[in-house]
Design a protein around this ligand. Sequence first.
Ligand code: DAH
Length: 345
Amino acid sequence: MQEQISKIREVAVEEISKATDAKELDNVRVKYLGKKGELTSILRGMGGLAPEERPIIGSKVNEVRDELENRIKEREKEFAKEELERKLKEETIDITLPSTKVKRGSKHPLNRIIEEVEDLFVSMGYDVVSGPELETDEFCFERLNLPKGHPARDMQDSFYITSEYLLRTQTSAVQARTLLANTEKTPIRVICPGKTYRRDDDATHSHQFSQVEGLVVDKNISLADLKGTLEVFVRHLLGENLELRFRPSYFPFTEPSYEVDVSCFKCGGKGCNLCKQTGWIEVLGSGIVHPNVLKMGGYDPEVYSGFAFGTGLDRLAMFKYGITDIRLLYQNDVRFLNQFDRLDR
Ligand code: DAH
């Protein structure tokens, strides 16, 4: 019996060391130590042994079983180690390889300008508001003192969708909306940047362009407020030392109206190709809100007064960044946009 056990041990030890993977090893374990395993059967058959033999055989079997279990455990550890080494080798990362370049986007020049304008006006207590790009004739014209048939409508070549709906030609439409929406008729201080549309298409005019509108309504608002505000605005955006010139003009929704010129930031006012030798560049339309506009917006012009201004953001971006064709702003050519990658503002 003892010999039989030794024999089993010998063969089992050999099979354990020959097992090449975890599955084979498990088969060996079942074969010798499992419920119907060879060692287990010996323990089961002990009833047939002489009583004095039982403890000897029992302890021998237990000894062999413990040994085999330990050897199996050792072998399992070896397999795990081999597996880990294999994986490490397979999944090594060559850190000397060049990396794939991560492409970073950049802010569109128009958005840069919009954010800069918004930051400035918000710092002065203005709200930023918006209105629909598909606008009604009523808000785009009528409520701005431009009734149907008014000759000044010809100043803007519009995209009409129906006889009542059009793509807004000016952010001024939001003036009328803001006045009307403020049901409490409290003072107003807003700017509205947004897209506008006209039937134009050349190097300095795009059918889609961007404007920012400003509107302030309160008691005792005067031209001095308008001038001071626009000086801060234009100088902040284009240069602190620039001069502003208010040239009388005509807009139906303001009276008096002014076009605002800024001393040429390229030649300093001496005259160059940018300012067409005049020393001045036109940047804004503005004026004192027409009493009719206030009245239609529900504000009593005897009590309230206001100023308004509007400017083309594309032109400002072109001046600021030296862009010569407005269409570049709308083509989204990455070679153009990349150039703004590293600007601070
Ligand atoms: N909406 C005018 C335009 O598109 C610009 C303008 C002029 C806006 C005078 C105003 C203003 O608010 O007061 O040409």
